[in-house]
Design a protein around this ligand. Sequence first.
Ligand SMILES: NC(=O)C1=CN([C@@H]2O[C@H](COP(=O)(O)OP(=O)(O)OC[C@H]3O[C@@H](n4cnc5c(N)ncnc54)[C@H](OP(=O)(O)O)[C@@H]3O)[C@@H](O)[C@H]2O)C=CC1
Ligand SMILES: O=C(O)C1=N[C@H](C(=O)O)C[C@H](O)C1
Length: 266
Amino acid sequence: MRLTVVGANGRMGRTLVRLIAEHPDLALHAALAREGSPALGQDAGMLAGTGPLGALLTADAETALAGADGVIDFSTPATSRRLAELAAARGLVHVIGTTGFSAADEAAIGKAAAGARIVKSGNMSLGVNLLATLVETAARALPPGAFDIEIVEMHHRHKVDAPSGTALLLGRAAAAGREVELEAASVRVRDGHTGPRPEGAIGFATLRGGSVVGDHQVMLAGEGERIELGHRAEDRSVFARGALTAALWAGGKAPGLYSMRDVLGL
Ligand SMILES: NC(=O)C1=CN([C@@H]2O[C@H](COP(=O)(O)OP(=O)(O)OC[C@H]3O[C@@H](n4cnc5c(N)ncnc54)[C@H](OP(=O)(O)O)[C@@H]3O)[C@@H](O)[C@H]2O)C=CC1
Ligand SMILES: O=C(O)C1=N[C@H](C(=O)O)C[C@H](O)C1
Protein backbone atom coordinates (compact mmCIF):
# COMPACT_ATOMS: atom_id res chain seq x y z
CA MET A 1 0.00 0.00 0.00
CA ARG A 2 1.42 3.40 -1.04
CA LEU A 3 0.93 6.04 1.64
CA THR A 4 1.32 9.80 1.62
CA VAL A 5 2.28 11.21 5.01
CA VAL A 6 0.89 14.65 5.85
CA GLY A 7 2.95 16.81 8.22
CA ALA A 8 5.93 14.57 7.46
CA ASN A 9 8.33 16.79 9.41
CA GLY A 10 6.16 16.83 12.55
CA ARG A 11 6.57 14.69 15.69
CA MET A 12 4.06 12.10 14.46
CA GLY A 13 5.00 12.50 10.78
CA ARG A 14 8.62 11.54 11.40
CA THR A 15 7.57 8.53 13.50
CA LEU A 16 5.20 7.40 10.72
CA VAL A 17 7.83 7.73 7.99
CA ARG A 18 10.20 5.55 10.05
CA LEU A 19 7.58 2.84 10.68
CA ILE A 20 6.38 2.83 7.04
CA ALA A 21 9.99 2.32 5.92
CA GLU A 22 10.23 -0.73 8.23
CA HIS A 23 6.84 -2.22 7.21
CA PRO A 24 6.85 -5.06 4.64
CA ASP A 25 3.42 -4.17 3.15
CA LEU A 26 3.73 -0.38 3.06
CA ALA A 27 5.69 2.14 1.00
CA LEU A 28 6.14 5.87 1.47
CA HIS A 29 4.58 7.40 -1.64
CA ALA A 30 4.97 11.10 -0.84
CA ALA A 31 5.58 13.48 2.06
CA LEU A 32 3.48 16.60 2.47
CA ALA A 33 4.47 19.68 4.50
CA ARG A 34 3.13 23.18 5.07
CA GLU A 35 3.59 25.81 2.37
CA GLY A 36 6.60 27.86 3.48
CA SER A 37 7.99 25.14 5.73
CA PRO A 38 11.80 25.25 5.95
CA ALA A 39 11.75 21.44 5.49
CA LEU A 40 10.38 21.61 1.90
CA GLY A 41 12.65 19.74 -0.54
CA GLN A 42 14.30 17.64 2.17
CA ASP A 43 14.13 13.84 2.02
CA ALA A 44 11.48 12.53 4.47
CA GLY A 45 13.71 9.60 5.40
CA MET A 46 16.59 11.89 6.33
CA LEU A 47 14.25 13.89 8.60
CA ALA A 48 12.97 10.65 10.17
CA GLY A 49 16.45 9.24 10.67
CA THR A 50 16.07 6.24 8.36
CA GLY A 51 18.42 7.45 5.61
CA PRO A 52 17.13 8.65 2.20
CA LEU A 53 13.78 7.24 1.00
CA GLY A 54 13.42 9.32 -2.18
CA ALA A 55 10.31 11.20 -0.99
CA LEU A 56 11.10 14.92 -0.89
CA LEU A 57 8.83 17.11 1.23
CA THR A 58 6.37 19.03 -0.94
CA ALA A 59 3.52 21.45 -0.23
CA ASP A 60 1.67 20.37 -3.39
CA ALA A 61 -1.16 18.17 -2.10
CA GLU A 62 -2.52 17.27 -5.56
CA THR A 63 0.87 15.86 -6.66
CA ALA A 64 1.43 14.12 -3.31
CA LEU A 65 -1.93 12.31 -3.61
CA ALA A 66 -1.64 11.32 -7.29
CA GLY A 67 -0.93 7.57 -7.40
CA ALA A 68 -1.27 7.09 -3.62
CA ASP A 69 -3.57 4.45 -2.07
CA GLY A 70 -3.93 6.29 1.21
CA VAL A 71 -3.10 9.34 3.30
CA ILE A 72 -1.88 9.29 6.90
CA ASP A 73 -2.57 12.60 8.48
CA PHE A 74 -1.47 13.97 11.85
CA SER A 75 -1.43 17.70 11.12
CA THR A 76 -3.89 20.53 11.81
CA PRO A 77 -7.71 20.65 11.66
CA ALA A 78 -7.77 22.92 8.57
CA THR A 79 -5.25 20.69 6.76
CA SER A 80 -7.10 17.46 7.58
CA ARG A 81 -10.43 18.93 6.50
CA ARG A 82 -8.97 19.91 3.11
CA LEU A 83 -7.22 16.56 2.72
CA ALA A 84 -10.47 14.72 3.47
CA GLU A 85 -12.11 16.52 0.53
CA LEU A 86 -9.18 15.65 -1.77
CA ALA A 87 -9.20 12.02 -0.55
CA ALA A 88 -12.96 11.82 -1.19
CA ALA A 89 -12.56 13.03 -4.77
CA ARG A 90 -10.04 10.19 -5.33
CA GLY A 91 -11.72 7.44 -3.23
CA LEU A 92 -8.60 7.15 -1.05
CA VAL A 93 -8.07 5.80 2.45
CA HIS A 94 -7.61 8.74 4.84
CA VAL A 95 -6.41 8.02 8.37
CA ILE A 96 -6.94 11.14 10.49
CA GLY A 97 -5.13 11.39 13.82
CA THR A 98 -5.35 15.18 14.04
CA THR A 99 -7.26 16.55 17.04
CA GLY A 100 -8.89 19.86 17.94
CA PHE A 101 -11.62 19.92 15.27
CA SER A 102 -14.57 22.35 15.39
CA ALA A 103 -18.13 21.10 14.86
CA ALA A 104 -17.97 22.53 11.30
CA ASP A 105 -14.75 20.59 10.60
CA GLU A 106 -16.37 17.38 11.91
CA ALA A 107 -19.37 17.94 9.63
CA ALA A 108 -17.14 18.52 6.58
CA ILE A 109 -15.15 15.35 7.31
CA GLY A 110 -18.40 13.40 7.77
CA LYS A 111 -19.48 14.62 4.32
CA ALA A 112 -16.14 13.63 2.76
CA ALA A 113 -16.68 10.08 4.06
CA ALA A 114 -19.22 9.61 1.27
CA GLY A 115 -16.22 9.26 -1.07
CA ALA A 116 -13.21 8.47 1.13
CA ARG A 117 -12.56 5.56 3.49
CA ILE A 118 -11.82 7.60 6.59
CA VAL A 119 -10.57 6.23 9.90
CA LYS A 120 -10.55 9.03 12.46
CA SER A 121 -9.69 8.80 16.14
CA GLY A 122 -8.36 11.08 18.86
CA ASN A 123 -6.07 8.22 19.81
CA MET A 124 -4.85 5.40 17.56
CA SER A 125 -3.31 3.22 20.29
CA LEU A 126 -4.70 -0.19 21.18
CA GLY A 127 -4.41 0.65 24.89
CA VAL A 128 -6.56 3.80 24.80
CA ASN A 129 -9.24 2.19 22.65
CA LEU A 130 -9.46 -0.73 25.07
CA LEU A 131 -9.58 1.79 27.91
CA ALA A 132 -12.56 3.46 26.21
CA THR A 133 -14.51 0.20 26.29
CA LEU A 134 -13.67 -0.23 30.01
CA VAL A 135 -14.78 3.34 30.75
CA GLU A 136 -18.06 2.80 28.89
CA THR A 137 -18.71 -0.39 30.89
CA ALA A 138 -17.88 1.29 34.21
CA ALA A 139 -20.02 4.34 33.44
CA ARG A 140 -22.94 2.09 32.53
CA ALA A 141 -22.62 0.09 35.76
CA LEU A 142 -22.24 2.99 38.23
CA PRO A 143 -25.19 5.34 38.92
CA PRO A 144 -24.47 9.04 38.14
CA GLY A 145 -25.84 10.10 41.53
CA ALA A 146 -23.29 7.92 43.32
CA PHE A 147 -20.15 8.20 41.15
CA ASP A 148 -18.70 11.36 39.59
CA ILE A 149 -16.60 11.07 36.43
CA GLU A 150 -13.50 13.26 36.02
CA ILE A 151 -10.96 12.97 33.19
CA VAL A 152 -7.42 14.29 33.68
CA GLU A 153 -4.87 14.51 30.88
CA MET A 154 -1.26 15.66 30.62
CA HIS A 155 0.73 16.35 27.44
CA HIS A 156 3.99 17.98 26.34
CA ARG A 157 4.39 21.76 26.28
CA HIS A 158 3.94 22.00 22.48
CA LYS A 159 0.35 20.68 22.37
CA VAL A 160 -2.07 23.32 21.06
CA ASP A 161 -5.57 21.88 21.70
CA ALA A 162 -7.43 21.11 24.94
CA PRO A 163 -8.98 18.94 26.19
CA SER A 164 -6.98 16.37 24.23
CA GLY A 165 -8.70 14.31 21.54
CA THR A 166 -8.21 11.29 23.77
CA ALA A 167 -9.83 12.96 26.78
CA LEU A 168 -12.84 13.79 24.60
CA LEU A 169 -12.91 10.22 23.22
CA LEU A 170 -12.92 8.86 26.79
CA GLY A 171 -15.57 11.41 27.78
CA ARG A 172 -17.71 10.24 24.87
CA ALA A 173 -17.29 6.63 26.01
CA ALA A 174 -18.40 7.61 29.53
CA ALA A 175 -21.36 9.54 28.11
CA ALA A 176 -22.33 6.55 25.94
CA GLY A 177 -22.25 4.32 29.05
CA ARG A 178 -24.62 6.73 30.78
CA GLU A 179 -26.72 7.20 27.64
CA VAL A 180 -26.27 10.97 27.59
CA GLU A 181 -24.73 13.42 25.10
CA LEU A 182 -21.21 14.48 26.13
CA GLU A 183 -21.82 18.05 24.91
CA ALA A 184 -24.71 18.42 27.40
CA ALA A 185 -22.89 16.80 30.34
CA SER A 186 -19.30 18.04 30.03
CA VAL A 187 -17.64 20.63 32.28
CA ARG A 188 -14.45 21.58 30.43
CA VAL A 189 -13.23 24.51 32.56
CA ARG A 190 -13.58 25.48 36.24
CA ASP A 191 -12.47 28.81 37.65
CA GLY A 192 -13.61 31.00 40.55
CA HIS A 193 -16.81 30.37 42.55
CA THR A 194 -18.17 27.48 40.53
CA GLY A 195 -20.83 26.25 42.95
CA PRO A 196 -21.18 22.54 43.71
CA ARG A 197 -20.59 19.91 41.10
CA PRO A 198 -23.71 19.29 38.93
CA GLU A 199 -24.96 15.69 39.23
CA GLY A 200 -24.04 13.66 36.17
CA ALA A 201 -21.33 16.07 34.99
CA ILE A 202 -18.32 14.65 33.13
CA GLY A 203 -15.42 16.91 34.15
CA PHE A 204 -12.15 17.58 32.34
CA ALA A 205 -8.80 18.86 33.62
CA THR A 206 -5.82 19.67 31.40
CA LEU A 207 -2.13 19.73 32.32
CA ARG A 208 0.68 20.78 29.95
CA GLY A 209 4.44 20.52 30.44
CA GLY A 210 7.77 19.09 29.41
CA SER A 211 7.92 16.17 27.01
CA VAL A 212 4.99 14.04 28.23
CA VAL A 213 3.82 11.91 25.27
CA GLY A 214 0.25 11.45 26.59
CA ASP A 215 -1.21 10.54 30.00
CA HIS A 216 -4.93 10.03 30.59
CA GLN A 217 -6.79 9.11 33.74
CA VAL A 218 -10.51 8.57 34.19
CA MET A 219 -11.68 8.79 37.81
CA LEU A 220 -15.01 7.51 39.03
CA ALA A 221 -15.30 9.08 42.45
CA GLY A 222 -17.93 7.85 44.91
CA GLU A 223 -18.55 8.30 48.65
CA GLY A 224 -15.58 6.67 50.39
CA GLU A 225 -14.12 5.00 47.28
CA ARG A 226 -12.59 5.90 43.92
CA ILE A 227 -12.00 3.85 40.78
CA GLU A 228 -9.14 5.02 38.54
CA LEU A 229 -8.66 3.79 34.97
CA GLY A 230 -5.70 5.14 33.05
CA HIS A 231 -3.22 4.96 30.19
CA ARG A 232 0.28 6.33 29.69
CA ALA A 233 1.80 6.47 26.21
CA GLU A 234 5.57 6.11 26.52
CA ASP A 235 6.42 6.43 22.82
CA ARG A 236 4.67 7.96 19.78
CA SER A 237 5.11 4.69 17.89
CA VAL A 238 1.98 3.32 19.65
CA PHE A 239 -0.10 5.91 17.79
CA ALA A 240 1.78 5.41 14.51
CA ARG A 241 1.42 1.62 14.59
CA GLY A 242 -2.32 2.00 15.16
CA ALA A 243 -2.59 4.44 12.24
CA LEU A 244 -0.81 2.04 9.88
CA THR A 245 -3.02 -0.86 11.03
CA ALA A 246 -6.02 1.38 10.30
CA ALA A 247 -4.77 2.20 6.78
CA LEU A 248 -4.38 -1.48 5.88
CA TRP A 249 -7.79 -2.30 7.40
CA ALA A 250 -9.57 0.53 5.57
CA GLY A 251 -8.05 -0.55 2.24
CA GLY A 252 -10.65 -3.32 2.14
CA LYS A 253 -13.66 -1.25 3.23
CA ALA A 254 -16.38 0.76 1.51
CA PRO A 255 -16.30 4.58 1.77
CA GLY A 256 -17.40 5.73 5.24
CA LEU A 257 -16.30 7.19 8.54
CA TYR A 258 -14.75 4.58 10.84
CA SER A 259 -13.23 4.71 14.33
CA MET A 260 -10.25 2.88 15.80
CA ARG A 261 -12.72 0.82 17.83
CA ASP A 262 -14.13 -0.38 14.47
CA VAL A 263 -10.60 -1.24 13.29
CA LEU A 264 -9.76 -3.12 16.49
CA GLY A 265 -13.16 -4.79 16.82
CA LEU A 266 -13.68 -3.35 20.32
N1 LIG B 1 -4.80 10.40 17.22
C1 LIG B 1 -3.63 10.12 17.78
O1 LIG B 1 -3.31 8.97 18.15
C2 LIG B 1 -2.63 11.22 17.93
C3 LIG B 1 -2.96 12.47 17.52
N2 LIG B 1 -2.04 13.48 17.53
C4 LIG B 1 -2.47 14.73 16.95
O2 LIG B 1 -1.80 14.87 15.70
C5 LIG B 1 -1.57 16.26 15.42
C6 LIG B 1 -0.10 16.49 15.14
O3 LIG B 1 0.65 16.22 16.30
P1 LIG B 1 2.24 16.38 16.31
O4 LIG B 1 2.85 15.50 15.30
O5 LIG B 1 2.67 16.26 17.72
O6 LIG B 1 2.36 17.91 15.87
P2 LIG B 1 3.49 18.64 15.02
O7 LIG B 1 3.23 20.10 15.16
O8 LIG B 1 4.83 18.10 15.41
O9 LIG B 1 3.18 18.14 13.52
C7 LIG B 1 2.18 18.68 12.70
C8 LIG B 1 2.78 18.83 11.35
O10 LIG B 1 1.80 19.23 10.40
C9 LIG B 1 2.42 20.20 9.56
N3 LIG B 1 1.46 21.01 8.83
C10 LIG B 1 0.81 22.12 9.23
N4 LIG B 1 0.03 22.60 8.24
C11 LIG B 1 0.21 21.77 7.19
C12 LIG B 1 -0.30 21.75 5.86
N5 LIG B 1 -1.16 22.68 5.42
N6 LIG B 1 0.11 20.75 5.04
C13 LIG B 1 0.97 19.80 5.44
N7 LIG B 1 1.49 19.78 6.70
C14 LIG B 1 1.11 20.76 7.55
C15 LIG B 1 3.28 21.01 10.50
O11 LIG B 1 4.23 21.75 9.80
P3 LIG B 1 4.91 23.07 10.51
O12 LIG B 1 5.63 22.54 11.72
O13 LIG B 1 5.82 23.56 9.45
O14 LIG B 1 3.79 23.99 10.83
C16 LIG B 1 3.89 19.89 11.33
O15 LIG B 1 5.03 19.36 10.70
C17 LIG B 1 -2.13 17.02 16.62
O16 LIG B 1 -3.46 17.41 16.33
C18 LIG B 1 -2.13 15.97 17.73
O17 LIG B 1 -3.05 16.23 18.75
C19 LIG B 1 -0.77 13.28 17.99
C20 LIG B 1 -0.39 12.06 18.45
C21 LIG B 1 -1.29 10.93 18.46
O1 LIG C 1 -0.77 16.04 20.69
C1 LIG C 1 -0.37 14.94 21.11
O2 LIG C 1 0.84 14.72 21.34
C2 LIG C 1 -1.33 13.86 21.29
N1 LIG C 1 -2.55 14.07 20.85
C3 LIG C 1 -3.63 13.16 20.91
C4 LIG C 1 -4.74 13.74 21.78
O3 LIG C 1 -5.07 14.93 21.61
O4 LIG C 1 -5.29 13.01 22.60
C5 LIG C 1 -3.22 11.75 21.26
C6 LIG C 1 -2.06 11.63 22.18
O5 LIG C 1 -2.49 11.73 23.50
C7 LIG C 1 -0.92 12.57 21.86
